[in-house]
Design a protein around this ligand. Sequence first.
Ligand SMILES: Cc1ncc(COP(=O)(O)O)c(C=O)c1O
Length: 361
Amino acid sequence: MTFEEARAQFPVLERVAYLNAGSMGPLARATGEAMAAGLRADVEDGRAGSVYFERMLELRKGVRERLAALLAVPPERVALASSTSSGCNVVLGGLELGPGDEIVTTDAEHPGLLLPLAVSGARIVVAPVTTRPAAEAVDVIRAAVGPRTRLIAISHVVWTTGQVIPVNEVKEATGLPLLVDGAQSVGAIPVEAGAADFYTVSCQKWLCGPDPLGGLYVADPDGLSLASPTYFSQESLQVDGSFVPKAGAQRFDTGWLAVPSLAGLLAALDVAPDWRFERGREIAERCRERLVQAGFAVRTEPGQAGLVTFEPREGEPEAAAAKALAAGVAIRALPNTPWIRASCGYWTSDDDVDRLVAALA
Ligand SMILES: Cc1ncc(COP(=O)(O)O)c(C=O)c1O
């Protein structure tokens, strides 16, 4: 697949310099068509009968297998989730931590991780990675670890600064249970989740899937309590509610997921070319360089992932993002920061980057 062919799959790119995958990726025509076909079948044929139910189960199986392949882990250790946030809640709910326990996190986590941490019952210790160079992240996180640390919970790619945290090195350096928020990594950079104990996926961002869908890798499903069981958690159930859980991570599955969306996600996963990561890295770097050359204060260090964070030349970030959108450039203002964020994926062209720079000139 050529770059032009890859790009032509996304109708929005015909009009918009779409630099918003850090929030929501572009939807491919094939994704929309699969969702529309699924919805049409629901409307015309109804949502009933064994054929319908079997199809739903097949789609769930297919999505689980594809997410597992993306994470380079076995499908038996992947739960289906509705988002990264729901995956984090499954983990923090199941760990049953208390006031005598500590969780080490960073100073730039998204509410999707931070809020589950906040209600976990444990004391939260914040490692200041974003005020230090990216290369020091492992040392900064290790320095925050103490005798009561029961979990390290961090993003693989930080949603504000765009920095990549070498999560496997964190695991190696500490040997502690590790929950990785993969919202900004899966689909943007190569991921091997197997070193982590828990690793989340958001499908609506870099995987360009429908919303809301996600996944959760659990290295040792038997070692995590099932705090919020769903229909899909049980192999068999008694009238008093006692049940045999499903084997593996499937017991942590979020409840019903929209069947047309599951079909849409499978189509979306077929769309990505095998050169996705190489091209994504290249264009993010080019975007960074162009912004620096144009005189913007760029926060993201060289050689990170798909996010490029910088300060608008004038005005508040919200106003700058609105101005860019009016000029056909979709970017994101980062709340409570001086920054705006451009998300560069394999589909991003040089022209998109030029339009970004021109829109904010
Ligand atoms: C690092 C990070 N974590 C979590 C989330 C929340 O993702 P989801 O909507 O899949 O829960 C986001 C979304 O922007 C994010 O950037």
